[in-house]
Design a protein around this ligand. Structure first.
Ligand code: NI
Length: 168
């Protein structure tokens, strides 16, 4: 497996849109495996292919505390949503930045698994947030886009401060 480079905001490639996967073959499964390794290595709970400069509708997630619930979704579609929740979110493309975003509380998802089989699942809580956050990436949307301008500026300042600290 290979560790992939995660694009950092404000890289314009994070604004690209992902194309559907036409066939789930070994090359797609290799991407999935590399994405899991990269996500775990960086301590994230979700990663979209767009973030590693692959414009395909592929997401990996694991919201468990001990890497025990890997979930790969390919060509995901949200088929229903219910309620509202507000939680602080982070993103591997914005290290150190956490902001509260409004999301649906419960969703029903339809997707392909790593064998290319269609499945549906219900999600709520942090998993529902993670799915919605990662699906935004596939459209070139970032979590800060959901914030007020004031909070967007605050997040950018925080990021710049953290970057300066890294350099010194
Ligand atoms: Ni993200």
């Amino acid at each position: 497996m290979t560790l992939l480079n995660v694009l950092q905001f404000p890289d314009s490639k994070l604004r690209k849109k992902a194309d559907p996967v036409s066939v789930v073959d070994d090359s797609v499964r290799k991407i999935v495996d590399d994405m899991f390794e990269t996500m775990y290595h960086q301590g994230g709970v979700g990663l979209a292919a767009i973030q590693v400069n692959i414009q395909k509708r592929i997401i990996v997630m694991d919201v468990s505390e001990n890497h025990s619930a890997p979930l790969c979704v390919i060509n995901p579609e949200i088929i229903s949503r219910e309620g509202i929740q507000h939680e602080a979110e982070g993103c591997l493309s914005f290290p150190g930045v956490y902001e509260t975003v409004e999301r649906a509380a419960k969703i029903r998802l339809k997707a392909l698994d790593r064998q290319g089989e269609t499945f549906e699942m219900d999600a709520e809580g942090i998993l529902a947030i993670c799915i919605q956050h990662e699906m935004d990436h596939l459209q070139g949307i970032l979590f800060v886009d959901h914030l007020s301008r004031l909070k967007q500026e605050r997040a950018q300042k925080k990021l710049q401060k953290l970057k300066r600290r890294e350099l010194t």
